[in-house]
Each structure stands twice: as structure tokens, then as C-alpha cells.
Design a protein around this ligand. Sequence first.
Ligand code: UD1
Ligand code: CA
Length: 457
Amino acid sequence: MRLNVAILAAGKGRRMFSGRPKVLHLLAGRPLILHVIDTARKLNAERICVVYGHGGEEVPQAIGASDIALVKQEPQLGTGHALQQALPYLGSSGTTLVLYGDVPLIRAETLRALLDGQGDRVAVLTAELDVPDGYGRILRNKRGRIMGIVENDDATAAQRKIREVNTGVMALPTVRLPGWLSRLENRNAQSEYYLTDVVAMALADRVAVDAVRAPDARETQGVNSRAQLSQLERIFQWRCAHRLLEQGVGVVDPMRLDIRGNLDCGVDVCLDVNCVFEGDVKLADGVEIGANCMLRNVEIGPGTRIEPFSLIDSAVIGARCRVGPYARIRPGTRLEDEVHIGNFVEVKASHIGRASKANHLAYVGDATVGRDVNIGAGTITCNYDGANKHRTVIEDNVQIGSDVQLVAPVTVGRGATIGAGATITKDVPPGELALTEKKQVTVPGWKRPIKKAGGAA
Ligand code: UD1
Ligand code: CA
């Protein structure tokens, strides 16, 4: 059966109190509309059409995919009017599946079940809610057959007690749409052309209408407010955390994990609380991530441990390394196996060789560091001259004392040693000791000042 999907996304989202179109608000770091498009793609539809409107071209820009048909609805006169704008893209046969750009958790399985056996009939996905306020209510007759949908604002007090609601997801025979949509009227509480009115039209035309209850009401929830968005975020994250747990990942607390992208984990990976993973993160076997870490586009080798409060962005980290606590690894960094990066150490666009260490309070930027190097506490690569960045090269087996400044461009030769407090401006030959000694002076008989009585504190 030929299938087309129309995603309605033109609404303003007034209750978000935001300048941004509602469907561009982020769920798990991605615009709502992209979640819906991902799901629609899983259905092998012939065409996916997005109806946008509010927010101008921001929505098409965010979608950015050339295989999605984009139709502007201007002005926005209701869901029926929105679907009417998509008609030229939906062909003249088969099924049209209507999705909402602000219902991001709907699963492809649920949609497949709704579409199952779809012919010349209408199928409405419904949900049973404890608090149905705001939704369109499903009207059924004594035999349980659906008779129509009444919108919240048009419903009588008795109808408002109905807890079965319209989720907005509907499968419709495409051939019938031009006729039904052109006959919609806007004589209702919101002066809008309601798509929901096609249910009564279908029944009048003796077209079968099925109301199918969603197995899990949570996936049909829409985003109308920031509070609802935050609830859906937690549902989404809970799903991610449980998927990881089922795969054997040690998630210490599934309620305190945020994945905004793809997290790929090996065997015996352990994730402590309050970690955020963005973009593509790959953790090999036995990796442990301490509490309160943030990792973005990172690959980590087996057996490495990231200690708490570390921030790692666009880096590749080898096996059996130890990073943090309080480490900052910035883009373009590669740590080979067994590297140790300790507290308050920042590494940027640097390559650090096997088993090298920078354990305390250092800045290593634009550097190439060999293997078995020790970088002392407080050491800084001075990579920026105010206009340009320069590289520092530290060869294998170098020992750098504490509080050293390496003024780039500079090379420290293999096996060299640098004394504490040195400011290195010239290349250091291999195997030698470089010092820029400041002379220590002893001032005989010097007395510390004594606080005067009644003086300022
Ligand atoms: C709609 C349904 C209601 C259902 C609820 C589920 C109608 C008339 N009502 O109500 O039965 O319970 O969704 O969430 O269909 N949109 C457009 N153009 C418009 C108006 C809306 O594209 O002119 C889009 C919105 O961007 C949104 C969707 O359609 O993605 C639903 O619009 P919204 O205003 O949220 O509809 P509700 O009043 O909540
Ligand atoms: Ca809505």
C-alpha cells in the first residue's frame, strides 16, 4: 500500500512563551521535528511532507533534508487547513498518515500497528488519559464504535469527562481527502478548520473509522508547554537508560543520565550519575565514567577511567588512561594508551604519547608530546603570541619540572629535563638539563611587619 506522511508543524506554540517555533525546541539535544521525521522515515513512506508556517524559514533550515517536501501554511487556520496545504504532495491514492511535529515520542511500531490492514478506512490513534484537559475527546456510541471527535473548547461538560482523547495521529484514505478537507467549516470555538471533523464526514460517507488505543499513552503526549517538554525529555532519557541497562551497561541511576546523540558502549561500561553525552560517543569495554562528566563526540579505549567533573570534547582517548577529576580535554586532542591527565589540567589540540602524564594544574595546547613524558604541576604551553598560535614539541622521556612556561614555537629534545620555574624560549637539546634560574636571596635579619593596634583589618 502506498504511504505518504504529512507532519503538521505550522503552529506557533503560544504556551512555550518563546521566540523559537515550537517544533524547533530541543528534546535530547535535537529539534522535536527531527525526532518525528526520524520515526516517519522508518515507515518506508513514499513521501514525507512537513507543513510549516510559524517562524518562517527556520523550520526548513533546521530540517535541511532535500528528500522532505516542505509546504508553507500561511496563515495558520487549523489542522484541517494545514493538511489541505499538503495535498499537492500526497498523490491521489494510498494512505496518508498524519503526524504532529510536536509529538516526538511516537514509535514506529505503534504507527505500523495503526496502519495494519489500512484500506479505504480512517484510523485514529487514541489514548486514555487521567487528565484529558485540552485534548479532543473521542465520542463512541453504545456499541463502542467511534462517532466523532469533539474538541476541548467545543465539548459539553459531560463530554469533557471522557478520558479517551485524540492523539492527533490519523491514517486516512488519500483519495477522499480533497473532498473532505474542502467541506470543512470553521464554525467552532476556535474558528479553525479542524481535521478532526473528517471523522464524522467519513462516517456519513460510509467509510469505516477505527479508533485504535495506543498501548502506552506516554508516547502520544504532545509538547504544548515547557513543563511538558521537560516531562517528555525525562521519558526519552528513561527509555535510553533502560536500553543501555538491557545491553548490560552499568547505569548507576537511570533517572540521572542524559544522552543527546548516540552512545555506544562495550562490555562492563559503568556510568555514574549526572553525566551528559552529546553527539557520537563511543566507550570501549570496561570504561568507567565518574559522576558529573560531560562528553561530546568522544571515543574512549578499553579500561580507561574518567574521574568526576571532567569535560571532554571532540577527542580520542586510548586504553587504560586516567583523566580527571576536573580535567578539560578540548577538540583535536588525542591521548595514547595509559596517559594520565589529572585535576585542573586543560589539553587542547594536542597529541600525547603513551604513558605520559600531566597530573596537576597544567595547560597543554597545540602540543605534540612523546611517550613517557612527565609534565609538572603548573606547566603551561604559551601557544599564543597575541596574533598566532604556535606548536610545542616535547619528545619522548622528557621530564618537565613544576611551573614551567614553554614559549612556542619550541622543541624539547628526547630525554631532556627542565628545572622548576623555567621559562623556555629556545629549543632544548636532547638529554640536557635546561634551567632559567632565578637566584635565591636571603635577606639577613628581615622582620615580618606586625599588625598595628587599632589599624585596619
Ligand atoms: C489537536 C487536535 C486534538 C488533539 C490534540 C492532540 C484538532 C482540531 N485538534 O489539538 O483533537 O487532541 O491535537 O495534541 O486537530 N498545526 C498546523 N497548522 C495549524 C494548526 C496546527 O500545522 O493551523 C499543527 C501544530 O503545529 C501541531 C499540530 O498541528 O503540530 C496540532 O496543533 P495544536 O494547535 O497543538 O492542536 P490542539 O489544539 O492541541
Ligand atoms: Ca497540541
